[in-house]
Design a protein around this ligand. Structure first.
Ligand SMILES: NC(=O)c1ccc[n+]([C@@H]2O[C@H](COP(=O)([O-])OP(=O)(O)OC[C@H]3O[C@@H](n4cnc5c(N)ncnc54)[C@H](OP(=O)(O)O)[C@@H]3O)[C@@H](O)[C@H]2O)c1
Length: 327
């Protein structure tokens, strides 16, 4: 049985490791739908019940695929999806305008083939709309039973506090890994204090922390990572040196690098739920096993020395994505 957590303050029990389905829509190399469905089925069997998608992943393909995969086991899944992550209106923002929120949800429900989502996230804070207005519209959907809990993704501390004052925020989904330790400045403690589950996305550094990537040549031509400065010519080698420095620590614990990266996150607090993505059952099973790993104090210190905050070279997103992020 996978280690369990509570979603938010009083939500359903979730596996301490979640499953992110984004990679099943060709973002990081090709993926066959049948393999994706089999992987999701195995996740649910293993107790990895927090299944994460978004309306923008694969232009709706991802939600449709997740919907097909969970149709006959909907009650065993804590289904999370997101809105507001697409291209903004001219001049910026606009996707979180309150009058649009219901339409986003209804479109997601149709693609997912369900009458409710368990966790509904604002994917990116709409910098042109007060967060209170967006969250009030999301809260109406909770009152109607179409949404069970609310989440924010990539929201700054002030936004989280303001949103949480309108309606309890159950989860904050933000990039957090040995390559992206920014949440340690404020967000991690804030989430703990407010009873918010911290869902750590891209916990494997989009694959760079696993040892599976040895250079840019390993990435297919249309791989999204080719747009990320961290995977660019100027920075990838430096980042892979960090991964190589972590390898002996993983070996000492008798685990794989990916398991080290996930176990490290699980040691950051009981409210942290890593959300890795994979297209294969073999990697999924390995990732689930990370929840059984105890890292020694010496191991944790060695990890900190090999990958201290700020160690990763290059921004995690291209400049135009960074500019659109909440402070
Ligand atoms: N809220 C947001 O803005 C946001 C942004 C990005 C992602 N997310 C969510 O977070 C989820 C996970 O993030 P992510 O997919 O970007 O990155 P990730 O989980 O850090 O890395 C995924 C990559 O790691 C590889 N991998 C997974 N397990 C492995 C293992 N045990 N050994 C070796 N390689 C392994 C995968 O390849 P294989 O497929 O070959 O295993 C894939 O290329 C997404 O699916 C999505 O749901 C949210």
């Amino acid at each position: 049985m996978l280690l369990r957590r509570t979603l938010g303050q009083d939500g359903p029990a979730i596996g301490a490791i979640g499953y992110g389905a984004m990679g099943l829509s060709g973002v990081y190399g090709p993926s066959a739908d049948a393999d994706g469905i089999a992987t999701i089925h195995r996740a649910v069997e293993l107790g990895i019940n927090l299944i994460d998608t978004a309306d923008v992943y694969g232009d709706g393909h991802n939600e449709r695929l997740v919907g097909r995969a969970i149709a006959d086991r909907r009650d065993r899944v804590v289904l999370a999806t997101k809105f507001g992550g697409g291209p903004t209106e001219p001049g910026g923002g606009g996707l979180g305008r309150p009058e649009r929120v219901r339409g986003w949800l209804e479109a997601s429900l149709r693609r997912l083939g369900t009458d409710h989502v368990d966790l509904y996230y604002l994917h990116r804070v709409d910098l042109a709309t007060p967060i209170e207005d967006t969250v009030a519209a999301m809260a109406e959907l909770v009152a109607e039973g179409k949404v069970r809990a609310l989440g924010l993704s990539e929201a700054g501390a002030d936004t989280v506090r303001r949103a949480n004052a309108v309606h309890p925020i159950a989860a904050l989904e933000t990039e957090y890994s040995l390559f992206s330790r920014e949440p340690e400045r404020e967000l991690l403690a804030l989430a703990r204090d407010l009873g918010i589950t911290f869902v750590a996305y891209s916990p494997l550094g989009r694959g760079a922390l696993t040892g599976a990537i040895t250079g840019a040549a390993d990435l297919p031509a249309d791989d999204w990572r080719r747009r990320s400065p961290r995977f660019g010519e100027a920075h990838l080698d430096a980042n892979l040196r960090i991964t190589r420095a972590l390898a002996p620590i993983a070996r000492e614990h008798g685990i794989a690098l990916a398991q080290l990266a996930l176990a490290w996150l699980l040691h950051r607090g009981d409210h942290v739920v890593p959300l890795p993505g994979t297209r294969t059952i073999a990697n999924l099973e390995r990732n689930a096993e990370a929840a059984t790993v105890t890292l020694t104090p010496a191991g944790l210190a060695a990890i900190d020395a090999a990958a201290p905050p700020g160690a990763a070279a290059g921004d995690r997103y291209p400049p135009e994505f960074i500019a659109a992020l909440d402070a």
